[in-house]
Design a protein around this ligand. Structure first.
Ligand code: ADP
Ligand code: CA
Ligand code: CA
Ligand code: CA
Ligand code: CA
Length: 416
């Protein structure tokens, strides 16, 4: 029974990451779960009252009709997704039903990396040089300064994102990204393929979680995301708060708040990725108008600040009033992290050696495994999923880092 008398539509969700379901349930919200119909029907999920399949990436109009019909049977009070490729659809639904959501063009200019770059540039934010190319087109090498990053204009999960250091690597990377647009990404991007070239920002990466309310952007947390040099950019560890001085922190806060506003995210969550270049300048890499990592960002914020990120987001989605005033930056109270178990190669996945041991440690709060034995892992830049996440909490940053060093030594993926 829903004690709030509210029905929240959640569109697509990695079922192994339960935070969004758990937080909605804890609020007394009833959940209607719309899942992608190429997946099997979900088993029982906490808080989910009904599950409905949608041909989300095959027949969008049909999917829209299914949701509109469902709304006639039982009124939907809010729409939420944490899945990047479903944001456009969620915006369409919410706008048709007159429910809180960002305008479709705001979602579009976050999803499309060429548009993101343009908006940030036009608003005076730091932006790597960028150019979008057409199929069959190769840029004029004389005009180019290496290293570059080549990426799908509408990609996600780092698929296809490739560093190129010279003309040969650039040609190869461009061909490869077109191929990825046509294969892995095809169903998720409709006809919105495209290839973007950007100058490579060389320096440490950060993930920033924000929440906007009436145009005011609060930075909930800033975390370290390593310092990947490529050629491919597999996700690594995420530790918040970041180990940076106040000056850099304030510069990141300022750049991020301006970027989120420039993109039109006046309400709700955003997950921002940013790098600091050799001159200590912050460059926003991308802004996603959602809670990051299918809910991992919620864990990071909640464990490091005590702010219930998803509760804020669900309140917003349901059009409920909330009084929490948070200012420009929230103060952390503890260190939290996500250790992403690296694929460590490719082949047929068997198991993760050492995981049972890791589970026993007091710092470990959650372990999520994503691969079944027999799963085929392709070499990067193809994305075959993450083997698993280990969510941990520590007294300070150093303790977290040393814990992750041990995990790196002790966890081994077995391939056959
Ligand atoms: P996706 O949407 O697939 O995550 P991103 O644009 O975020 O694509 O790129 C994925 C990763 O690649 C980033 O997190 C970053 O580590 C790296 N990257 C992307 N663009 C750049 C860039 N211009 N300079 C440096 N690193 C980059
Ligand atoms: Ca984006
Ligand atoms: Ca993205
Ligand atoms: Ca990333
Ligand atoms: Ca990204």
């Amino acid at each position: 029974m829903s004690t709030l008398q509210k029905n929240l539509a959640i569109i697509c969700q990695n079922r192994k990451l339960p935070f969004v379901f758990e937080e909605a349930k804890a609020m007394g919200v009833e959940i209607t779960f719309f899942y992608n119909d190429n997946e099997s029907p979900p088993p029982e999920i906490p808080g989910v009252v009904r599950s409905i399949a949608l041909p989300l990436f095959e027949d969008e109009d049909k999917a829209l009709n299914i949701v509109m019909l469902e709304n006639k049977v039982r009124r939907i009070d809010g729409v939420l997704t944490l899945f990047e490729p479903a944001l456009d659809f969620a915006a369409k639904i919410a706008n048709r039903l007159g429910l809180p959501f960002l305008p479709e063009f705001v979602v579009e200019q976050c999803r499309n990396k060429n548009m993101t770059r343009r908006v940030l540039h036009d608003n005076g934010l730091n932006t790597p040089s960028f150019i979008e190319i057409k199929e069959g087109e190769y840029p004029d090498i004389d005009q180019i300064k290496f290293p570059l990053v080549v990426k799908p204009t509408n990609g996600f999960s780092s698929q296809g994102v490739t560093r190129a250091n010279n003309p040969d690597e650039l040609r190869n990377a461009i061909d490869k990204v077109w191929e990825i647009n046509r294969t892995q990404l095809k169903n998720f991007i409709y006809d919105k393929g495209g290839v973007l070239l950007e100058s490579f920002i060389d320096g440490p990466e950060f993930a920033i979680e924000t929440f906007s309310h009436r145009g005011e952007v609060t930075v909930l947390s800033i975390g370290n995301k390593g310092n990947g040099k490529g050629p491919y950019f597999e996700e690594g560890v995420y530790i918040a708060p970041a180990d940076i001085d106040e000056k850099l922190r304030d510069e990141i806060v300022d750049e991020v708040r301006r970027a989120v506003k420039a993109l039109g995210i006046n309400e709700g969550p955003a997950h921002v990725e940013l790098r600091i270049d050799q001159k200590q300048m912050p460059f926003v890499i991308e802004v996603a108008p959602r809670v990051g990592g299918s809910g991992i960002s919620h864990y990071i914020v909640k464990a490091s600040t005590d702010i219930n990120f998803l509760q804020l987001v669900i309140c917003y989605a349901l059009g409920m009033e909330f009084s929490q005033k948070m200012g420009a930056l929230v103060k952390p109270i503890s260190t939290a992290g996500n250790y992403i178990i690296p694929v460590q190669g490719d082949g047929i996945f068997v198991e993760i050696d050492g995981l049972a041991n890791a589970r026993e440690k007091s710092e470990v709060e959650y372990v999520f495994e994503f691969m079944e034995p027999g799963h085929k892992v392709l070499p990067y830049p193809h994305f075959s999923g993450y083997p698993g996440f280990i969510l941990t909490r520590h007294t300070d940053h150093e303790a977290c880092e040393s814990f992750y060093n041990d995990l790196q030594k002790n966890l081994k993926i077995k391939y056959s």
